[in-house]
Design a protein around this ligand. Structure first.
Ligand code: ADA
Length: 578
């Protein structure tokens, strides 16, 4: 299951998941030796989706790897191959023909093969998980350098006329009324013209019908505008969702939307005109046994644990996360901060100017917005995390990316997370500012107050006095089971103490609109954790989780739960306050 609901009922969809032939290409000879037409003999087998690092003997490999599977067609069909996520670089070959290339580990890409012939076909993928200067993420990053085809691969069989895309936008015109605009992109793969009936449904109720004629090979945009009334808004307490389904001839496509408004005013974030206070946590979509190939079942468990803690929001640190996860947030009314993996704590400002880096950043941002546009849970599109926003290069990049986001989606707020709140020069470019600050961990104590007063003062100088501010990262490491009486680094007690003090301060600062604790669960860290920045990655993990990597609660979880829910009994199940 890629979504929590069926996106297609008419379109024939097949998962190509399972065991694929697999070989590492550590000397990068595959291309010159023509592995795309003659795959090496006696290959390994690798599950798809998976991170190869989780398989025995493959933990440390970062680099090129080749995958192959076979597809059998009993008759000629129009084929649509959909890759939901491949880490790093991906080149896809069909019977030795290069279909195309994609860079970026967390957003989907696809290829259409009109009139694929009957027979047995080879689908080969050359992947490269290498992180370096101009990849996103950069090679110095605080998570494990996994590799692989980490989300499902679909083979869809298209009719002559198919729906390439469906986009629903709306403007609220009242509490329960909206002007909606439905854009349907149709495509003909036929060698003759065709007329197809088009029907549009909202929660099973027909709201538009008509016929459309397409010439051979034509692409056609259908735009329908209507005014809807008696709508129920999407709210965290009542996350009302509307299933929109389009049927065009023998093809169909469904997606879900929620009606709400997101805006900022007087330093506050408003949902449906009501001020929000965000109680959140940062969550990597990672588990030590699955890496980034995170199984759906664990998503529901993570979300239950997060809700138990009294959170109303999650920051998807630091990359586009699974659609299934976003569907769960839509259904449970949990607000979301989405971002792409420009993780910049060690990223030299001059690299921000690299045209390849910029092109990749813009593409990834566009792909994330394109994929996730309809999710009502998403409030923020964040363009980068902790790059050197003291520099002109970061300022120039921020101008480009905020313009891109606002051009692609005016219904949400554009954000970023800064680690330089007292020297940042990008403060005035964004709708929301996130501050990452590790007082009590990386640089001793008594810095939060000084930082916040300086920051708030500086906001005036950058025209950001009315910009909402969130504490997007703060915390410290706690090794599960390490408890004691003294405030000692790595003890559960010390971790809980940092968070307790920080939350008390932040929640009393009326200029802050919320907090995201770093982080939900312990996560695998970069292998070379000897680097100065990662001196404290005991076990080669980032141990700042409120729960361990196996989701066992630490003292800090119970302390944060007590603060977020007001529940005095940290061991009481559920978020009831008594
Ligand atoms: C940064 C970064 C996080 C994590 C954190 C830490 O704020 O954004 O991904 O690395 O520091 O644990 O130091």
């Amino acid at each position: 299951m890629i979504r929590t609901f069926q996106q297609h009922r008419l379109r024939e969809c097949h998962l190509l998941d399972g065991l694929w032939d697999f070989v590492f290409d550590k000397d990068n000879i595959g291309l010159s030796e023509g592995w795309h037409t003659s795959f090496p003999a006696a290959p390994d087998q690798m599950p798809v989706p998976a991170c190869w690092n989780n398989e025995l003997g493959k933990f440390e490999y970062e680099g090129v790897a080749w995958y192959r599977t076979r597809v059998t067609l009993e008759e000629s069909r129009h084929l649509h191959l959909l890759f939901h996520a491949v880490l790093g670089h991906a080149d896809v070959y069909w019977d030795g023909n290069h279909l195309g290339y994609h860079f970026g580990g967390y957003t989907p890409f696809n290829f259409t093969i009109p009139n694929a012939t009957a027979g047995i076909h080879e689908l080969i993928v050359r992947t490269d998980s290498t992180l370096e200067l101009n990849t996103i993420p950069y090679h110095i990053v605080d998570w494990f350098h996994y590799g692989g085809i980490i989300r499902p691969v679909e083979m869809q069989l298209l009719p002559d006329v198919s729906i390439e895309n469906m986009r629903i936008t709306y403007e609220m015109t009242g509490d329960s009324s909206a002007d909606i605009r439905m854009n349907l992109s149709l495509r003909s793969l036929s060698d003759s013209s065709a007329e197809v009936p088009v029907s549009l449904y909202r929660n099973g109720e027909l709201f538009h019908t008509g016929n459309v004629r397409l010439k051979a090979g034509e692409r056609l945009e259908l735009n329908i505008e209507q005014s809807w009334t008696e709508l129920v808004r999407w709210e965290p307490e009542n996350p009302e969702l509307y299933m929109i389904r389009a049927v065009a001839g023998r093809d169909d496509r469904a997606d879900r939307i929620g009606f709400r408004t997101v805006e900022k005013r007087n330093k506050k974030i408003l949902l449906n005109g009501k001020e929000l206070y965000l109680q959140g946590v940062n969550r990597h979509e990672e588990h030590p046994e699955w890496g980034f190939a995170f199984p759906n079942k664990l998503m529901t468990k993570d979300l239950d644990i997060i809700l138990q803690m009294g959170c109303n929001t999650v920051r998807g640190s630091h990359y586009p996360q699974s659609e299934y996860w976003l569907d769960l947030l839509d259904e449970r009314g949990v607000l979301f901060w989405g971002e792409i993996p420009i993780w910049g704590a060690a990223f030299p400002a001059e690299h921000t100017d690299d045209p390849v880096f910029i092109q990749r950043a813009m593409t990834m941002m566009s792909e994330m917005i394109e994929r996730d546009f309809h999710h009502p849970s998403i409030l923020f599109w964040s363009v980068h995390n902790e790059i050197d926003t003291r520099s002109k290069q970061a300022y120039d990049l921020s101008v480009k990316m905020t313009e891109l986001v606002r051009q692609k989606d005016s219904s949400r707020l554009v954000a970023y997370a800064t680690m330089h709140p007292m020297t940042d020069i990008c403060l005035g470019l964004f709708d929301v500012i996130g501050i990452n600050y590790y007082d009590g961990w990386y640089f001793g104590h008594t810095k939060f107050e000084e930082m916040l007063s300086t920051f708030h003062e500086r906001c005036k100088a950058y025209g950001a006095e009315e910009t909402p501010v969130l504490m997007t990262e703060f915390g410290g490491a706690g090794i599960h089971g390490d408890t004691g009486w003294e405030p000692r680094l790595f003890s559960e007690d010390y971790q809980a103490e940092i968070l307790s003090k920080a939350l008390k301060l932040f929640r009393s600062d009326t200029k802050l609109s919320g907090t995201y604790v770093w982080q939900f669960a312990d996560t695998r860290a970069q292998l070379e954790s000897f680097r100065p920045h990662f001196r404290d990655r005991a076990r080669s993990f980032n141990n700042k989780g409120l729960v361990t990597e196996y989701r066992k609660p630490k003292l800090a979880y119970r302390v944060v739960k007590g603060i977020y829910t007001g529940c005095t009994d940290p061991y009481r199940w559920g978020t009831t306050l008594q």
